[in-house]
Design a protein around this ligand. Structure first.
Ligand SMILES: Nc1ncnc2c1ncn2[C@@H]1O[C@H](COP(=O)(O)OP(=O)(O)OP(=O)(O)O)[C@@H](O)[C@H]1O
Length: 373
């Protein structure tokens, strides 16, 4: 794989055809991916999709029922977790409450019998890295939730592991602190260049922190791509639905020509782009056109939307003011009364439409991805 500078990074983690079966239940099904050294990968998916199982297999807490995991060129099936040079941060931080922040951070070094004379300097360096310089003498209960999180990060990184694994470490934090810590994880990871695998069901976190995102569903990898690609070119309807707010308009496939497809819903023809080249819609079959809420424009009348490929009349069913945007649900008679979600990102300058108001909505055909049903 090439990085942005064009030089190839070695593969730090290679997951090859890995499966995990519990009593006949396939928690992970034939997962394969390579992660180049120094990258930040997030495994994203709904509850029960197999994210944590995959992370635990990489950590070595369990052995896969099939397949192989290779870390830095070495197959690790026979290597127990504590010999894998992996730093970890979990939702439950598991800090030692009777120790100070510095003692917590020093702990992995003592366990690894690091020369005692070098430990204080190393601990101080890692406390500085997580912006806790001067807090080393505090006991854990004398630190805020965010500061405790930082101690856990420093403890996971202080022995300079080959790999950092994060299992929803931010899930229990309130939104503001969570967003702050997401940026901190990204900063620290980039500063150290440590290869990182993060598990979350928070799509925003995945988009913010990651170089690569793996989306999982029902034990299977649905897509592995950079955040912008995952968002703009979801591989299938599951990914399109799981990330962002997406409307699905289902209908009969009128025609398919190369990467263009036309759907018919009621009396409306909806042209779009074939979403999954490997599983393209077929003329005569059923498919869904996926369009993101922010790609639909809304106006008081159709004239303001001239230039868009599709313009339809509708009426406001609901309007939710969220500060930085208004979320509308617009009932569209031409689509048999189906309601589409539409974002207006300019709630300051724009009038807010009230429920019942007549509006026009419109979009461009290139923003519609057509997926097989
Ligand atoms: N030890 C186990 N024995 C039996 N089934 C298990 C075991 N561990 C996990 N599973 C099952 O495997 C599936 C995947 O679980 P996993 O914890 O990997 O999901 P997840 O995506 O991490 O979910 P969450 O976001 O809720 O943590 C679930 O259906 C779960 O019930």
């Amino acid at each position: 794989m090439q990085d942005v500078t064009g030089s190839a990074s070695p593969i730090a983690v290679s997951v090859r055809d890995v499966g995990m079966v519990y009593d006949g239940f396939h928690a992970v099904k034939s997962a394969s991916f390579d992660l180049p050294a120094g990258k930040f990968l997030t495994i994203l998916g709904p509850s029960g999709s197999g994210k944590t199982t995959l992370l635990r297999l990489i950590a070595g807490f369990q052995a896969p029922t099939s397949g192989e995991i290779v870390i830095n060129g070495k197959a690790v099936s026979a290597v127990p977790a504590h010999q894998r040079s992996i730093g970890m941060v979990f939702q439950k931080l598991a800090l030692f409450p009777h120790m100070t922040a510095a003692e917590n951070v020093a702990f992995p070094l003592k366990m690894r019998r690091q020369d005692a004379r070098t430990i204080p300097e190393r601990v101080e360096r890692y406390l500085d890295l997580v912006k806790l310089g001067g807090y080393g003498g505090r006991r854990i209960h004398e630190l805020s939730g965010g500061q405790q999180q930082r101690v856990a990060i420093a403890r996971a990184l202080v022995f300079e592991p080959d790999l950092l694994l994060l299992d929803e470490p931010l899930a229990a934090l309130d939104r503001k602190l969570r967003e702050e810590m997401q940026l901190e994880f990204r900063r620290i990871q980039r500063e150290l260049g440590v290869t990182t695998i993060n598990v979350t069901h928070d799509q925003r976190e995945a988009l913010v922190v990651s170089d690569e995102i793996i989306v999982m569903d029902a034990g299977e990898i649905q897509q592995k791509a950079q955040p912008t690609r995952t968002y703009r070119n979801p591989q299938n309807a599951f990914v399109a639905n799981f990330i962002g707010v997406t409307n699905f308009i289902s209908g009969a496939v009128r025609s398919v020509a190369g990467s263009n497809a036309v759907l018919a819903h009621s009396a409306v023809e909806i042209p779009g782009i074939v979403g999954d080249e490997r599983n393209p819609p077929r003329a005569g079959g059923q498919a869904s056109g996926a369009i993101r809420a922010e790609q639909i424009r809304i106006a008081a009348n159709a004239r303001s939307l001239s230039g868009l490929d599709i313009v339809l009349e509708g009426s406001i069913r609901d309007a939710i003011f969220e500060g930085e945007r208004i979320v509308y649900e617009v009932c569209v008679p031409a689509l048999a009364g189906e309601a589409l979600r539409v974002f207006d990102h300019d709630p300051v300058d724009h009038v807010q439409f009230e429920p019942g108001a007549a509006v026009s909505i419109g979009w461009n055909s290139r923003d519609v991805l057509v997926f097989n049903n």
